[in-house]
Design a protein around this ligand. Structure first.
Ligand code: MG
Length: 268
């Protein structure tokens, strides 16, 4: 009998607690609903100042007489090849510096690359196809600019010179065809403005973020934020071996292509 009384008391306490909880929940729900319904509607903005943001203020930059931004690294200013070395053996770059402050690929001396390694960058360069138009397709005025030693934006005399479309001037070599062919005749200087966002890899060597290219050729958009599929291979598909920062490289493809006014701005 004593046990039955105890059991009855325990049950009574449990049911009493449950009832109290239900009441509390009801009260909470009611309060929440009241809060939602009582939130005032957003005030209409009528003062233009309310949508002005003043800080942070963008850094002020200036330009030198070659129109190089003050926050850029000048890779070639016409005077020397101090920023460059041979890609083959790290000796002094052997390309020709001309009296008019340009430089020319010296065929057979090999590619040249920057001493400094870069991640994501904005690059400006100016180039001119060889003085004498000779050769066809990939054999006419071929050079190239490589980012991190792996990703080539093609430089080629593509003026009235048909080749495979993913290998013409401003192609991301064998990956992306340019939107238009903006190549000028071989007696004219041309500009490349390239935004390169580097791919990222984790500690296991797996690619976690693709790289991207945007390319403007002679002021015309030709690559619009295209995904880099891997290294730009001459033969076979792109490779995705992990890597960090790397040099910017100019290609010696046995054609005397001219360069001038090369600068880069680091984006990371
Ligand atoms: Mg090339």
């Amino acid at each position: 009998m004593k046990n039955i009384i105890c059991l009855f008391l325990v049950c009574s306490i449990i049911f009493s607690c449950k009832d109290q909880k239900k009441e509390t929940d009801k009260t909470t729900d009611k309060t929440a609903k009241e809060e939602v319904t009582s939130t005032p509607s957003k005030k209409e903005i009528t003062d233009p100042k309310e949508t002005e943001i003043w800080d942070p203020e963008p850094k002020v930059i200036s330009f030198n007489d070659m129109n190089v931004p003050s926050d850029a690294i000048q890779l070639f200013n016409g005077n020397d090849l101090d920023q460059w070395i041979s890609a083959k053996d790290s000796t002094a770059a052997a390309w020709t510096i001309n009296p008019d402050k340009t430089m020319t690929v010296k065929p057979g001396t090999g590619d040249i690359q920057t001493k400094k390694n870069f991640g994501s960058v904005q690059l400006h360069l100016e180039w001119k196809a060889p003085d004498v138009v000779e050769g066809e397709g990939q054999g006419r005025g071929n050079s190239g600019v490589f980012f991190q030693n792996k990703y080539e934006v093609q430089i080629l005399d593509s003026y009235q010179n048909r080749t495979y479309a993913n290998g013409q001037a401003t192609s991301i070599y064998k990956q992306h065809i340019p939107l238009v062919n903006a190549t000028k005749q071989n007696d004219q200087w041309q500009t490349y403005d390239i935004i390169f966002h580097a791919p990222e890899f984790d500690t296991d060597g797996k690619k976690t973020k693709s790289g991207f290219f945007t390319v403007i050729h002679n002021g015309v958009l030709v690559q619009d934020h295209v995904e880099i599929l891997g290294s730009t291979e001459y033969i076979g598909p792109p490779k995705n071996d992990p890597h960090g920062k790397g040099p910017i490289k100019l290609q010696d493809h046995s054609n005397p292509v001219h360069y001038r006014n090369i600068w880069v701005r680091e984006l990371d």
